[in-house]
Design a binder for this molecule. Structure first.
Ligand code: B12
Ligand code: SF4
Length: 453
């Protein structure tokens, strides 16, 4: 069969961080890796391509079109499936990805034939051998329109499979992470045992840290051509065994690359002794969720660290000259005074890059119930759930004032606190201009929302 795997284009109307983070569609590369053995497969990355899916469909003539999805993509994905069906009605349409796992119901639509709630070698092989011979039946992890999208009831997680990175060869020079370009992404271990209550990530991968098969990891690390690897592990510093294994693999493979990782504050403090060696091996930056200046919120979020721990971790990293890309959550109950305290706190932490997301009680999270009566948008206003927009009605100040405070904080942080001059040395002026344009774009969207509200 001929299979076209598609990543949908960026959603213009939502606030996204796409100008800062733009990585390869690694999920599709994994599916490609499995299917290429028996089928003719191609990846079509609409975040880069300029031609429409119907034009591509006419050119490539696939039997199957499979589309990946994130939360904000639902309407676009359905639109694309409808476009495929109206081009050639007999093409089989399939949807997979994060949103299909978290909320498969959002894709119950006449243009979507099958939904991969989760994917693994077993269900992929079984499903594609069935449809190749024109049969359909219920398969674990897959919901089929013909069976009213019912599930077999067997739950599962997405399996981390070996990605074929050559499948995105023509796009790879575009993929980047902040100033690092080109950058590849990969994962060393899945899950997260910190189980913070606002977080989707451990819900997607499980509350248990598990290392990915080491042979697969080594083979993948050795084959990556890019000079930068971003590890998407939820907390690379989850345990010492993992850190030591990584150090050994980098030495064994004699790699000379830049590494970017997510790390918890708890892990940074606990495994401080390994940071110097990691730095000497190429660790350039850590993405750290500091979340807030307010201790009460820290415990409400079930963070396993305190606001003082944040300062401690920031000092450790400053002394070692490891960059920090910090993320924070703006709580809807913040007053003007709270925003002021927040800015003061960021000034003490002095991260190199700061991103602030308004608290987003994603549907399916227990938090959703708590804030349901204060939601500004419906659960199916998919494009609003971008983690960049205010979703919960602020309680202390008006919504437009809240946007003004967010805007002010973003500008203050980016212009006065983040050390852009140091970054110019590191990443080059072109990259810094790109990042600044990104913040201006986000700022423009905030101004529009401020005026509208
Ligand atoms: C890498 C990443 C990105 C990358 C690219 C992701 C992509 N799919 O294209 C970039 C940087 C572009 C990105 C952007 C965004 N992201 Co993001 N991202 C991640 C991250 C770190 C890893 C995702 C990943 O690649 N996982 C590994 C792969 C292998 O898993 P997978 O895609 O699910 O693929 C598996 C299966 O689903 C299956 N599969 C996937 N697609 C398909 C398709 C078919 C047909 C089939 C059969 C199977 C299949 O194959 C794989 C094998 O098991 C996660 C955090 C996390 N740890 O989960 C956040 C995460 C997914 N992102 C998130 C968000 C919110 C965003 C943004 C909206 C952020 C923003 N405001 O800008 C944007 C949206 C982009 C857009 N549409 O404009 C949220 C998701 C929320 C949600 N419910 O969807 C997460 C969970 C982070 C968080 N906040 O908690 N992201
Ligand atoms: S440490 Fe990070 S990834 Fe893990 S549960 Fe908390 S916020 Fe999520």
């Amino acid at each position: 069969m001929k299979i076209l795997l598609v990543r949908p284009p960026r959603i213009k109307q939502s606030i996204t961080l796409s100008d800062f983070m733009f990585s390869e569609p690694i999920g599709l590369e994994m599916i490609y890796g499995v299917l290429e053995k028996n089928h003719d497969v191609e990846i079509f990355d609409m975040m880069i391509e300029n031609i429409s899916l119907s034009k591509k469909t006419i050119e490539y003539k696939p039997d199957v079109v499979g589309i990946t999805s994130l939360c904000i993509d639902v309407n676009k994905v359905i639109e694309l499936c409808s476009e495929v069906k109206s081009t050639y009605n007999n093409i089989i349409t399939i949807v997979g990805g994060t949103q299909a796992f978290l909320n498969p119901n959002s894709f119950f639509h006449e243009s979507v034939d099958h939904i991969f709630e989760y994917s693994n070698l077993k269900n992929l092989s079984e499903f594609f051998s069935l449809i190749s011979s024109g049969k359909i039946q219920m398969v674990n992890g897959i919901r089929t329109r013909e069976f009213n999208y019912e599930s077999t009831g067997v739950r599962g997680y997405n399996q981390y499979l070996f990605p074929n990175r050559k499948s995105t060869l023509k796009y790879r020079h575009e993929y980047s992470y902040f100033g690092y370009r080109p950058a590849a992404i990969m994962e060393f271990g899945t899950g997260c045992e910190k189980v913070c209550n606002f977080c989707l990530r451990w819900r997607i991968e499980g509350a248990k840290e598990k290392l990915i098969d080491l042979e697969l990891t080594k083979k993948d690390m050795a084959s990556i051509d890019e000079s930068t690897i971003m590890f998407m592990d939820n907390d690379f510093f989850a345990n010492e065994e993992k850190i030591k294994l990584f150090i050994n693999i980098v030495k064994e493979l004699n790699l000379n690359k830049n590494y970017i990782m997510y790390a918890s504050v708890k892990g940074i403090i606990e495994f401080e002794k390994h940071l110097e060696e990691l730095k000497s091996l190429g660790l350039k930056a850590l993405l750290v969720g500091y979340e807030t200046f307010n201790e009460e919120e820290m415990s409400k979020y079930h963070k396993k660290s305190t606001t003082d721990d944040n300062l401690k971790a920031a000092n450790i990293l400053k002394n070692l000259k490891i960059d920090v890309w910090a993320s924070f959550i703006a709580h809807p109950d913040w007053s003007k005074k709270d925003f002021k305290l927040f800015r003061k706190y960021i000034k003490k932490l002095k991260p190199q890059i700061t991103s602030i997301s308004p608290l987003t009680p994603f549907p399916n999270l227990p938090m959703y119930r708590e804030y349901e009566h204060r939601l500004l948008y419906k659960a199916d206003d998919y494009e609003k759930w971008s983690f960049g927009q205010v979703i919960i009605k602020p309680s202390q100040i008006r919504l437009n004032q809240y946007y003004y405070e967010l805007l002010k904080t973003n500008l203050y942080v980016n212009l006065f606190i983040n050390k852009n001059t140091d970054m110019i040395k590191k990443y080059g002026i072109k990259n810094i201009i790109k990042i600044l344009i990104g913040s201006i774009n986000a700022a423009k969207k905030y101004i529009i929302l401020m005026i509208k509200n």
